[in-house]
Write a protein that binds this ligand. Structure first.
Ligand code: MG
Length: 300
């Protein structure tokens, strides 16, 4: 079961490659729908989410309001962000090593999670074009990541309780302007250009259960596998990240956490392989729907 936002803003669900329009389904079935869009679903909490899933299952079984899922039928799962995306830097050892000499930074593994944020202007959805920002950057790189969406607010969350606060997960691309990231001695400018945070197409619920350490993440550029790792390779696991981020900072419903990227980013190659205009980047993670975006061909 995957939660999606259908083009036009309505709430949808994908089950077994079938996209169900929940508004249409609820009317046909004569069932109440507790919410009609993604933010409504997130704000409504877990009981309402189960009601929505009940509508989706009945529609799926009775073949009501469904059509084959295709990425062009949906938009960004989250129509907008309410707050900056919390991001984790250097959370895979081999990625920390591959960028150390290129960025002129230490190759030592972090003792504590490195945290930065991406501003709300970065969010784009599946199949949206990543802007070229010609004249601003010439070194655009990809970072395939697993993003978490918070479903239950909390502060000082323990590792033990972490998964209870997570609604689900999604594919994410922490697009980065490496020249800005290096030149300015901090990450904000290089990480926050408009459209540099593709996410989705789905938020896949986890129902309070931990994702398996075997969950695999891959990132392809024009069909070539560049990144391939499992969650077991994270330096700081997801409960540790939730505990760290929520220490003295309230995590709000709908907050997004990008959990870091494994080795294989363009900057890690010799010579470096930054994205070229028109390149297609696909981030895929076991159990959720893959995310594909193309870098613009012309100045945008
Ligand atoms: Mg990243």
């Amino acid at each position: 079961m995957h939660y999606v936002t259908i083009n036009g803003g309505g709430l949808g669900v994908v089950i077994n490659h079938e996209l169900i329009d929940l508004q249409t389904a609820s009317i046909s079935l004569g069932l109440a729908l507790p919410c009609t869009d993604m933010w409504g679903l997130i704000d409504a909490g877990s009981e309402a989410q189960l009601e929505v899933e009940n509508v989706a299952r009945q529609a799926h079984e009775r073949r009501i309001a469904g059509s084959p899922y295709e990425p062009q039928k949906v938009t960004s799962a989250l129509p907008h962000l309410r707050r900056n995306v919390f991001c984790i830097g250097k959370n895979y050892a081999d990625h920390a090593a591959e960028i150390a000499d290129k960025m002129g930074i230490s190759a030592d593994l972090p003792k504590y999670p490195i945290v930065f944020s991406k501003a709300t202007n970065t969010l784009i959805g599946p199949l949206d074009t990543i802007p070229l920002h010609a004249g601003v950057t010439r070194k655009i790189d990809y970072e395939g990541e697993l993003a978490l969406v918070i479903g239950k607010a909390g502060v000082n969350i323990t590792k033990q309780d972490a998964w209870q606060h997570i609604l689900g997960y999604a594919c994410y691309n922490d697009v980065s302007a490496r020249d800005l990231q290096k030149r300015h001695g901090q990450w904000h400018l290089g990480k926050c250009l408009d459209g540099f945070g593709p996410m989705g197409p789905a938020i896949t619920p986890t129902y309070g259960q931990a994702l398996s350490n075997d969950t695999r993440l891959t990132c392809k550029v024009n069909g070539e596998v560049r990144q391939d790792a499992t969650l077991a390779q994270m330096i700081f696991d997801i409960p540790t990240l939730i505990a760290t981020l929520s220490a003295g900072i309230t995590l709000e419903v709908g907050d997004v956490i990008a959990t870091g990227t494994p080795a294989g980013v363009g900057m890690g190659f010799n010579p470096m392989r930054f994205l070229e205009p028109g390149d297609e980047v696909e981030v895929a993670i076991d159990g959720t729907l893959p995310l594909t975006n193309t870098l613009a061909k012309t100045k945008t």
